[in-house]
Design a protein around this ligand. Structure first.
Ligand code: LMR
Length: 406
């Protein structure tokens, strides 16, 4: 009955990690998945998360279904974290928002909404069109495509300057049909680690307004870029303050270390309370047949932490600590590489931000790292800096240097 089913391709990130798990070498190192590790390479559960869990267990709460839109207290806390408690969109009740299965689930629910309800002002060519940065997180292409959208890239990375291709980006957005959707990474762009400056964000917002684009912000790293979640919210806040009705996908996998709990939120900023109510009704119609309602535990943890000043403070300290350890590893790896490769600059390694370094390594070099040194990274040359530590930094630098020399 299933003989016609072809073998599917492995996921470029999670599939590669499976290959790492299967590798028997004692020297293996995985710099594949964006998941935080401590200085000894071990996964971390944040102190505030542990404390919130203890409180939740002690309260012996029931395990009833969540509503289709999820846990209201969590959803409100998620929006306030990004927009600020005093955001007029929030206080005026103009946001339709739901809890989702982490950031992936938020993007998928957003995609289904976009596929069902193109912008009323869209040119026909824009109706189901979404632009994503080149490059972007590999799953973005699949998420939007599977929801029936046409996915097109816009220029983002400049391989010569190892920075943002601002001219290319603005040119591509100006050429977009009116009413298309634009995906932007809120901060700590994955995979490049290159974010626009505030002046560049303002110029992007100008073109978004000119072309009446819908914007979907994907926020997976709030707190990881600068170590301060408020600062990392600046781009999203700029758009909302300028009156742009953005959509926002939030993940709490990285900044709360809640990877496997699948905690996220999708918010749609609208023009009025009435619009928010109709959009929310449609979000629920997307969710109910898809997975009925979201899981409870992780949302309770985030709501508990963000709702309690002492726990929130503990979380802010841990978040800043994770960002600082990654920044230290950026400079440690850069120093090792520059000492092994006199005359070559690895400055981009320390100027990029967030969990990843977009190294510039070529796919053949990445393959050689895996085959000869049991060092795993995605074929686009992305290094998960969260897995670099004092115990492996020299080995990583040596392996990179040797494959580049051959
Ligand atoms: C990554 O980019 O490595 C993470 O976002 C994990 C994932 O789901 O791909």
């Amino acid at each position: 009955l299933w003989r016609d089913v072809p073998q599917g391709a492995d996921d470029p990130i999670l599939g590669l990690n499976q290959a790492f798990v299967a590798d028997a070498s004692p020297d293996k190192v995985s710099l594949v998945v964006g998941a935080y590790r401590d200085a000894h390479g071990k996964p971390v559960v944040l102190r505030a998360v542990r404390a919130a869990e203890e409180r939740i267990v002690a309260a012996a709460l029931p395990k009833e279904y969540t509503p289709i839109a999820g846990m209201a207290e969590f959803v409100r806390a998620a929006i306030a974290l990004m927009l600020g408690d005093n955001s007029s969109a929030l206080t005026e009740g103009r946001i339709a928002a739901v809890q989702t299965l982490s950031g992936t689930g938020a993007c998928r629910v957003a995609a289904d909404l976009l596929a069902r309800f193109p912008s009323p002002d869209a040119e026909p060519a824009a109706a189901k069109l979404i632009y994503v940065p080149e490059p972007t997180w590999s799953n973005h292409w699949a998420i939007f495509h599977d929801a029936g959208l046409t996915v097109r890239g816009y220029r983002y990375w400049d391989g010569d300057s190892l920075g943002l291709d601002e001219d290319g980006l603005l040119e591509d957005l100006r050429a977009a049909p009116r009413g298309a959707t634009l995906l932007l990474h809120a901060c700590a762009h994955n995979p490049t680690g290159v974010d626009p400056t505030s002046a560049q964000w303002a110029r992007i917002a100008d073109v978004v307004e000119e072309r009446a684009l819908r914007v979907l912000f994907d926020s997976a790293y709030q707190g990881f870029a600068s170590g301060d979640p408020e600062r990392d919210a600046a781009a999203v806040r700029l758009f909302v303050e300028r009156g742009h009705p953005i959509m926002l996908a939030q993940s709490f996998a990285k900044n709360f270390g809640l990877y496997g709990e699948r905690v996220g939120a999708l918010s749609v900023v609208t023009a009025s309370v009435a619009e928010a109510s109709t959009v929310l009704s449609q979000l629920k119609l997307v969710i109910r047949p898809m997975y009925s309602s979201p899981p409870l535990h992780g949302a309770r943890i985030v709501a508990q932490v963000l709702g309690d000043p002492a726990l929130k403070q503990l979380w802010l300290e841990d978040c800043a600590g994770m960002a600082a350890r990654i920044a230290q590893m950026r400079s440690a790896l850069r120093t090792e590489l520059e000492s092994l490769q006199p005359g070559r600059s690895w400055a981009h390694m320390s100027s990029q931000i967030g969990m990843f370094c977009f190294s510039g390594l070529r796919p053949e070099e990445v393959d050689a790292l895996r085959e000869q040194y049991h060092l795993y990274l995605t074929r686009d040359g992305r290094i998960s800096m969260a897995s670099v530590n004092p115990g492996n930094v020299r080995h990583v630098a040596q392996a990179i240097t040797e494959v580049m020399a051959t």
